[in-house]
Design a protein around this ligand. Structure first.
Ligand code: F1P
Length: 303
């Protein structure tokens, strides 16, 4: 494949990931103007699949850390939502609004537990199932690999629990367009780390590279990393930390010979940076992240 042909791969993903700072600003304004999410003190479960599950993890930690009430994240296929858990509200995150596991839960809960869905496709079946909908059609995407829908839904959710994301918007402006260093294009393996609400971002970064680059990635809570996974770190491999650095991790990383990335940029902007790195890594390998191997835009299971 010529360099010019490679540069056109992932054209949707390119436009979508690049638009993140603007779209996030729109979601911040929307979150400040709406009041659709659970009230402070309510017991909340958050569900999603794939990327949406990882955004659920980030929101859950941020909401609880902000003192807004118990918030448990679940993969929709493994959610425990029985009455003994006493959830007041179930929040669902889904770009497509067609993901089977999510629709099944909302169908089951109809009339018993209040549900709120954050949705990209506002013509999808979930619109009739959820009690309230946060409509994010301007963040919907054509690429199978999600970038801006997920981060925009999270920006909305984090704003709702009082996080000021103006630094994220500012930092993302350069993160989405800056050229990618050769070292990052060539690296054999990536491990992503996070703490608190950024653990979900780390898992999402790892999934992104698996989906779009078919590459070897891992992700952990940062304090877990030294309990085994650090043995993977080596020259020509990358360890990328989002958020607060555990004491001494930089020194430990120096000894491994791996490239260690821990910037002072906002963690969400760092995830947007990973989106750009992911796209360029896919392109140099001749892969099209708009249509990745074995994936579809939404997983719709046979009845
Ligand atoms: C969630 C999801 C994506 C994944 C894949 C299949 O979809 O699992 O995260 O990348 O394309 O669908 P959704 O419920 O957010 O539409």
């Amino acid at each position: 494949m010529t360099e010019t042909a490679a540069a056109t791969l992932g054209a949707f993903m390119d436009a979508e990931l690049t638009s993140q700072p603007e779209v996030w600003a729109q979601a911040i304004a929307q979150a400040q103007a709406e009041n659709l999410l659970p009230a402070d003190g309510e017991r909340v479960a958050v569900i999603g699949c794939g990327t949406s599950w990882f955004m659920a993890q980030s929101y859950a930690v941020a909401r609880e850390a902000a003192g807004k009430g118990v918030t448990d994240p679940f993969a929709a296929s493994e959610a425990f939502l029985g009455s003994e858990r006493q959830y007041d509200v179930v929040v669902a995150i889904t770009r497509s609004g067609t993901t089977t596991e999510v629709l099944e839960i909302l169908t089951e809960l109809k009339g018993s537990v209040r549900t709120v869905a954050l949705v990209g496709d506002v013509t999808s079946p979930i619109m009739a199932l959820a009690d309230a909908v946060v409509e994010l059609p301007y963040a919907d995407e054509q690429s199978v690999v999600q970038t801006r829908f997920a981060t925009t839904a999270l920006v909305y959710l984090l704003t709702s629990v009082g996080m000021d994301l103006s630094a994220a918007v500012e930092d993302a402006k350069s993160a989405v367009t800056a050229p990618v260093e050769q070292e990052l294009l060539d690296a054999e393996q990536f491990t992503f780390l996070g703490r608190g609400w950024t653990v979900g971002l780390a898992h999402e970064a790892g999934l992104k590279m698996r989906e779009a680059v078919q590459g070897w990635t891992e992700s952990y809570p940062a304090m877990e990393y030294r309990h085994g996974p650090i043995s993977i770190a080596a020259p020509n491999r990358v360890t990328w930390l989002f958020g607060e650095q555990p004491e001494g991790l930089d020194k430990d990383m120096e000894r491994t010979g791996a490239l260690y990335i821990h910037s002072d940029k906002h963690p969400l902007a760092e995830l947007a940076r990973v989106h750009r790195v992911t796209l360029e890594r896919a392109r140099v390998r001749g892969l099209n992240p708009d249509l990745p191997r074995n994936l579809t835009r939404s997983v719709i299971l046979d009845a």
